[in-house]
Design a protein around this ligand. Structure first.
Ligand code: AR6
Length: 183
């Protein structure tokens, strides 16, 4: 299982092999963290995104990182669900985003990956529920990724992520809900 930490910061300043973008299905750029990543990576990013033919909600696709500073080599674009009250498959789709990002990271050989809090901004996903899904999915998906940074843009989100990580450690290896006890 990768080492996972929750930090406060701007994901465009991360020093990991890959950063994840909370994109829209066009992959041509947008607001929020998507806008910040496109500004930092340069116009080549939108051109590369456009060539991928879009991305479905819950899926992820990689492009080069273009003008982002090394060691960042890849941007993994994922499309989170728009929050519509929770009964429209949003939890499964958000979990799928985190899972697919790890699969794509493995495909491109990224050993360290930084994630934003997917869907919790413009798409309106409640931050506490999203933090639970982020940590639960990242700790239960087999991957070659060794280091994950959950990059929050505000303290409340960072605290929610840190609390979920602390809870997960408390639940023992592989997220065993019975703690460290053997069944
Ligand atoms: N670094 C880290 N986190 C950030 C940054 C940053 N530079 N900027 C914002 N955040 P959002 P979504 C946080 O709205 O909800 C775009 O238009 C932000 O505070 O960026 O998945 C896309 O094109 C929040 O916690 O993404 C889509 O149309 C989190 O990143 C749509 O928004 C996600 O907020 C996607 O909406």
């Amino acid at each position: 299982m990768p080492q996972i930490e929750a930090v406060l910061g701007d994901i465009t300043r991360e020093e990991t092999d890959a950063i994840v973008n909370a994109a829209n299905s066009s992959l041509r750029g947008g607001g929020g963290v998507d806008g910040a990543i496109h500004r930092a990576a340069g116009p080549e990013l939108a051109r590369a995104g456009a060539m991928l033919g879009g991305c479905k909600t819950g899926d992820a696709k990689a492009t080069p990182a273009f003008r982002l500073d090394p060691p960042v080599k890849h941007v993994i674009h994922t499309v989170g669900p728009v929050w519509r009250g929770g009964g429209d498959g949003e939890p499964e789709l958000l979990a799928s985003c985190y899972r697919r990002c790890l699969e794509v990271a493995d495909e491109v050989g990224a050993r360290s990956v930084s994630f934003p809090a997917i869907s919790t901004g413009i798409y309106g996903y409640p931050a506490a529920d999203a933090a639970r899904i982020a940590v639960g999915t990242l700790t239960s998906t087999p991957t070659g990724v060794e280091r994950i940074r959950l990059v929050a843009f505000d303290e409340a989100t960072r605290d929610l992520l840190a609390a979920e990580l602390a809870r997960d450690v408390g639940s023992g290896p592989a997220g065993n809900p019975d703690g460290f006890a053997e069944r």
